[in-house]
Design a protein around this ligand. Structure first.
Ligand code: C5P
Length: 267
């Protein structure tokens, strides 16, 4: 995979207008755009996708997709009973996205139902099935958060607490792999372990990426683009370092070019 293919820009904005502005500048330099809950809730998923597809030279004509492949990562994080998630997977497949995600905590039956539904819909429409990625344990849920929910004992010592979180991530990732999901979302700190636990072709998609020149912001467990790729990440989800780069770097295009240069050294 080329360096630019590995970059997924997080369009964390509230309007189609702002999302389009970024997509117009960046689409020749990146593999995908992640659209998330804020944008799809305020503007409507299909509408957002239509506009971004348009920018990326992709359109639906006479019952099939034409032009360039999709550049949309639909970050809907589906989590519900199997029948409902299967319906959502069918719907998002119909929209022709490149990838979407579901929560592994929805269970094995739910993940299987999503995969089956996406496969059926894709074959019905003769389009490629979107990649399906599992969200293991949200990185915002540390051990303390599980304790607050009273689902984890408070008397474990620190190493046992770390071990338990790791076991959860491992179990969820292996279950996702077993049911045939294409990969998982993982923080930079989890990449090396996931590479040991999972098959080489199982995809790892990593947010929390900060080039040395970018501000960390609210991200705590961060790593640089080159370090994450070296550790075994396939795709990098990058938001603010590209969409709001420091002044001395320039604008989004200069930022993404710098990141491509950094990744090219290690791929
Ligand atoms: O701006 P920044 O590079 O921090 O954006 C990272 C993107 O990845 C955001 O859309 C954020 O919601 C998402 N994300 C994350 N950490 C996770 C899962 C998703 O930062 N564990």
């Amino acid at each position: 995979m080329e360096a630019k293919e590995r970059i997924v820009v997080a369009l964390d904005v509230a309007t189609i207008e702002k999302a389009k502005e970024l997509a117009i500048q960046l689409h020749p330099y990146v593999g995908a755009f992640k659209i998330g809950l804020e944008l799809i809730t305020s503007e409507g998923g299909p509408e957002v996708i239509r506009h971004i597809d348009d920018v990326c030279g992709r359109y639906y004509f006479a019952g099939k997709w034409e032009g360039n492949p999709s550049q949309i990562f639909y970050d809907g994080k589906f989590n519900d009973i199997p029948n409902t998630v299967a319906g959502a997977a069918r719907a998002v497949t119909r929209l022709g996205v490149k990838m979407f995600n579901i929560h592994c905590l929805g269970g094995v039956e739910m993940m299987s139902a999503a995969k089956k539904a996406a496969e059926e819909e894709a074959s019905l429409r003769k389009t490629p099935r979107p990649l399906i990625l599992g969200v293991t344990l949200l990185t915002s849920l540390d051990y303390q958060a599980l304790e607050e929910l009273d689902v984890a004992p408070g008397w474990y010592d620190r190493s046992l607490k770390e071990e338990m979180i790791q076991r959860m991530v491992r179990g969820l990732a292996l279950a996702a792999q077993k049911v045939g999901l294409d990969g998982v979302i993982a923080s930079p700190q989890e990449i090396k372990l996931l590479r040991q636990w999972c098959q080489p072709e199982f995809l790892i998609v990593t947010p929390g990426i900060r080039p040395l020149w970018a501000a960390a912001g609210d991200q705590k467990r961060i790593d640089t683009p080159s370090a994450a790729i070296k550790a075994g990440a396939d795709y990098l989800v990058i938001g603010r370092p590209i969409t709001q780069p420091p002044k001395e770097i320039g604008g989004p295009i200069e930022a993404v070019k710098k990141i491509i240069e950094e990744i090219e050294v290690v791929v």
